[in-house]
Design a protein around this ligand. Structure first.
Ligand SMILES: [Zn+2]
Length: 211
């Protein structure tokens, strides 16, 4: 992710993936990501239109670093899929993978989330991420969710609070993800699904595992 969110999600920094140059304090002066990127791309920066990048400054523009998704697809796992954690649990309900984050994401959680997304690629189309107990999503977590979206996984954020909504709007990522207030809403997709009875007609897919 090359647009790095501030801790309170109200500001962001643009980082060059080539040389690491940082351009800070962009939100107060320019507003949202779309405005920032239109100005920087006129100034010689190149890269993806999405805040997740990669992006390179004018000096680094001649080199072409591997795209983040390619890097993620080719890199070694950082965590075994079966590793236990109370902070990130995975449930399968009615064809939807539900990831519940039980605290704000950090490097370890984001690595597990990334491995999960790569595991789901080609097998599962819908991912609901329950962020009811999360106050903020950092740039790393948002990067993983963008990757999921790019891998054709329909991502729905469940129970996002004000700060998360604000960061999605700031980086213009709100157009990539659905947001729902409740899990049944995320699962329903226009139909009514009784999540209190997951075993009904859902063989094996209601299993719960921890990553
Ligand atoms: Zn650079």
């Amino acid at each position: 992710m090359t647009a790095l969110l501030s801790h309170d999600s109200t500001n962001f920094t643009l980082a060059c993936d080539g040389c690491g140059q940082l351009v800070t304090n962009l939100a107060p002066t320019m507003g949202t990501w779309d405005v920032v990127w239109s100005l920087f791309s006129q100034d010689g920066w190149t890269g993806d239109d999405l805040a997740t990048g990669p992006h390179t400054c004018g000096r680094c523009a001649r080199t072409s670093p591997p795209r983040m998704v390619e890097q993620a697809l080719t890199r070694e796992r950082t965590t075994p899929a079966t590793r236990q954690s109370r902070r990130l649990t995975v449930t399968h309900v009615a064809g939807v993978v539900v990831v519940t984050l039980n605290g704000n994401p950090d490097l370890a959680i984001n690595a597990r989330l990334r491995d999960l997304v790569l595991d789901l690629h080609g097998r599962v189309r819908r991912l609901a991420v329950d962020v009811t107990r999360v106050s903020r999503l950092d740039s790393g977590a948002l990067d993983v969710l963008v990757q999921a979206s790019r891998l054709c996984i329909d991502v729905c954020l469940v129970g996002a609070g004000q700060q998360i909504h604000y960061s999605l709007r700031l980086l213009n990522l709100d157009r990539l993800f659905r947001t729902c207030q409740t899990l049944p809403e995320a699962l329903s997709d226009g139909q009514t699904v009784d999540v209190s009875l997951p075993s009904t007609g859902v063989p094996r897919s209601d299993r719960v595992e921890a990553l």
